[in-house]
Design a binder for this molecule. Structure first.
Ligand code: RIB
Ligand code: CA
Length: 393
């Protein structure tokens, strides 16, 4: 059985066995992996894990930040706002507001990019409101950001704790790519990336692209090509995380500042959605990425080679997932008898007459670069999210 075929088991069996195979660093190895984790490592597999959260708050970012700051499994070394849902002039103060509401002004906040690497900023104020919090209003933050820019902060923390830091980007990847461009050795020192971003099942801002990748496709390609172990929590699973009025009632019942702030944001966001004709939502995209790192058994992961479209006039920001089991790879001529997935080539678009390429093959080996979340236990996800935000857990 190659590493991409799972033994036939129910999803419940897979999730249970994945929980048992919880790997250090917060990633699930394939459920059928025979390797066990030593007791000593299992202890560290429960954290706390050093993380940096890169974010564009944003309604779902705000709830994700509150979840993260209420989670003992995470040692949040920094929060690095980036332009995305709304301009940086909003994402920065919104991140500072969340840090103050959570009573976590111990966490440094470092301002990041005001615009993508090579493109004009396209925001999502239609979804998050002009102020980024669905219209929910909180006092101006008193806390100030640190002096270093986000990319320098990321570089310093990763170099201070080589091999220990996981990046949790839940917005466009501009800051992460800028940090990697600053320091050519940095990728080899980063433990992993668990991102909210991408989709193998169609976009949400264009039919092809998910918003975070759409805003800065060039930055996303740098991250996917970096060699860092990547877990991609995309629309394939985050579409199954719709916040409901029942969740809102549980947050309203929580007798603490985090629960009350989350309820205010949730109430405004649900109302914002309903006024625009959406009968469900908003989805908790970013909280699922954070929760999937805290408890990897929430997600079913599958290995893909993922690349990012950066030149499409209509499709820039699309994340394409290549997998031998999907039947869209070809064996290299002469290797037809070889069952290894390695000898399968990756095809791009047909070569143009004006271009230099003469073959559609863009890579002659299938080497996976990401674990993509293909299913989620939504009920357990919301138990964790609402339980932690309301203070019940
Ligand atoms: O497509 C969903 C993503 O785009 C989420 O991170 C949301 O906050 C927006 O940034
Ligand atoms: Ca976001």
């Amino acid at each position: 059985m190659n590493s991409h075929q799972r033994p036939s088991m129910t999803r419940r069996q897979f999730v249970t066995s994945s929980a048992a195979a919880l790997a250090a660093g917060g990633f699930i190895r394939n459920a059928h992996a025979s390797d066990k984790i030593s007791p000593a490592l299992q202890q560290t597999a429960r954290g706390p894990f050093r993380v940096i959260i890169d974010t564009d708050p944003g309604v779902d970012d705000a709830l994700a930040l509150l979840l993260a700051m209420r989670s003992p499994e995470l040692k949040i070394e920094a929060i690095t706002p980036v332009a995305g849902n709304v301009p940086l002039e909003w994402t920065l103060p919104n991140a500072l507001r969340m840090v103050e509401i959570a009573g976590r002004t111990d966490i440094p906040v470092a301002a990041g990019a005001k615009s993508p690497l090579l493109r004009r900023l396209v925001t999502a104020t239609y979804a998050h409101g002009e102020n980024g919090l669905g219209g929910a209003v909180f006092p101006e933050p008193k806390t100030k950001p640190v002096n270093q820019p986000a990319a320098e902060m990321i570089r310093q923390i990763v170099r201070k704790f080589p091999g220990e830091v996981t990046l949790l980007p839940i917005g466009p990847l501009t800051n992460i790519a800028t940090a990697l461009n600053l320091d050519s050795e940095l990728a080899g020192l980063i433990r992993g990336v668990v991102m909210m971003g991408g989709s193998l099942s169609g976009g949400n801002i264009t039919p092809a692209a998910e918003f975070n990748i759409y805003v800065d496709p060039e930055a996303a390609r740098i991250v996917f090509q970096s060699g860092i172990p990547i877990t991609m929590v995309g629309l394939d699973v985050t579409r199954k995380t719709s916040l409901t009025e029942d969740h809102l009632r549980e947050l309203q019942a929580g007798q603490n500042p985090v629960s009350q702030a989350a309820a205010t944001i949730a109430r405004n966001a649900i109302q914002h959605n309903r006024e625009r004709g959406f009968v469900v939502g908003p989805n908790m995209h970013d909280s699922l990425a954070i929760a999937g790192f805290i408890d990897p058994s929430l997600l079913m992961l599958k290995e893909y080679y993922v690349d990012v479209e950066t030149t499409g006039e209509l499709t820039a920001g699309e994340t394409l997932g290549y997998s031998p089991s999907a039947g869209d790879l070809q064996r290299r001529p002469g290797t037809e008898k070889d069952t290894s997935a390695m000898n399968m080539s990756i095809r791009g678009s047909a070569p143009t007459l004006a271009g230099t390429r003469t073959s559609p093959v863009v890579r002659d080996k299938f080497i996976p670069n990401a674990k993509v979340a293909v299913d989620v236990d939504s009920a357990r996800f919301f138990n964790l999210l609402i339980g932690r935000l309301s203070g019940k857990q």
